[in-house]
Ligand binder design. Structure first.
Ligand code: GLU
Length: 314
């Protein structure tokens, strides 16, 4: 009898641990916007962990391309990625040429990210053409900013070799490199305002260079996932007027292999706390429940579809 009771007790202790599902969200550099976004999502998901048995954690990573590749090989469950990179992965183009991410699924398109060229004021970079001969950081391999900067280069007739130096520093290293005059500028595709650019503009005089002109207009016409947008005035020190550029959406993605329950739980946690979620980062100021379905370039995961249908959004 005593033996049976012990076994039963052990079973009761062990079973909950076995049934819990751990999910990890791949983000970006810790001073970017993906990282706090992953944190905001996990905070809401973990609020319900007792009932759902889903536990969420966040990982800082190299960004969009890395996240999608790592989801595809099953090492990450969720990730945040730029919609242009999601498109390339789903269609086997760009960084994913011949390596289509077959399992990649969308969960929701969260907020806009804008391509931002942060430069030292004393470098006199006033347009995209002015980066020729300069030291410019494009981003670490695996980052979305590197991917989009190279697309912009193509559209603008600029080659990496036209630069004095094409940097591959990680996002978190870029502000110090700018301050220490190791680079003249850096590209960052990011949701504003971001701690990264605040750090840069608080430590050296920066100029965020406008990305506009007919080449960029053509780029936006050619690719459905790019849209014109302004970085609003007042976000960073010295940024006194709106700055024209273009951007994409930051999309939460996952894999077909991730359970319907896990994806449903994540979507539900965000949607049912939407007003609270929106207050967690100023980059979400203008988003709506409807806009979460705008800018998806991989098919929706069945768990997301289920929740959006129940909520009458689909
Ligand atoms: N869009 C960037 C990338 O994919 C990351 C931006 C962020 O971390 O907020 O590399």
């Amino acid at each position: 009898m005593k033996k049976i009771a012990t076994v039963a007790l052990l079973g009761a202790l062990i079973i909950p641990a076995f049934t819990a599902e751990f999910v990890t969200i791949g983000t970006g550099g810790v001073t970017g916007t993906y990282y706090p976004t992953g944190g905001a999502i996990c905070r809401l998901v973990n609020k319900y962990k007792k009932e759902t048995k889903i536990r969420c954690s966040v990982e800082s990573t190299g960004g969009s391309v890395y996240n999608i590749k790592t989801i595809e090989n099953g090492e990450l469950d969720f990730g945040i990625a730029q919609s242009d990179v999601v498109y390339q992965a789903s269609n086997g183009t760009g960084n994913f040429k011949g390596k289509k991410a077959e399992k990649l699924k969308s969960v929701m398109a969260i907020y806009p990210e804008l391509l931002t060229l942060v430069t030292r004021k004393d470098s006199n970079i006033n347009s995209i053409k002015d980066i020729k001969g300069k030291r410019i950081n494009l981003g670490n391999p695996g980052s979305g900013n590197e991917a989009t900067a190279l697309t912009l280069f193509d559209a603008s007739g600029i080659k990496k070799e036209d630069l004095k130096f094409a940097g591959t520093l990680k996002a978190s290293e870029m502000p110090d490199a700018l301050r220490d005059n190791k680079i003249d500028g850096y590209f960052y595709m990011v949701g504003h305002p971001t701690a990264n650019i605040k750090d840069a503009s608080n430590s050296v005089d920066v100029k965020i260079t406008e990305l506009s002109g007919s080449n960029i207009d053509n780029l936006i016409k050619k690719y459905p996932y790019f849209a014109k947008a302004d970085i609003p005035a007042g976000m960073y020190k010295g940024n006194t007027s709106n700055i024209e550029t273009f951007g994409v959406k930051a999309v939460l993605v996952t894999s077909d292999d991730v359970s319907e329950k896990a994806v449903y739980t994540v979507v539900k946690a965000i949607l049912e706390n939407f007003d609270k979620f929106k207050k967690l980062h100023p980059a979400y100021n203008n988003i709506t429940k409807e806009s979460l379905l705008d800018g998806l370039s991989a098919p929706l995961h069945k768990g997301a579809k289920k929740y959006f249908k129940e909520a009458g959004l689909l």
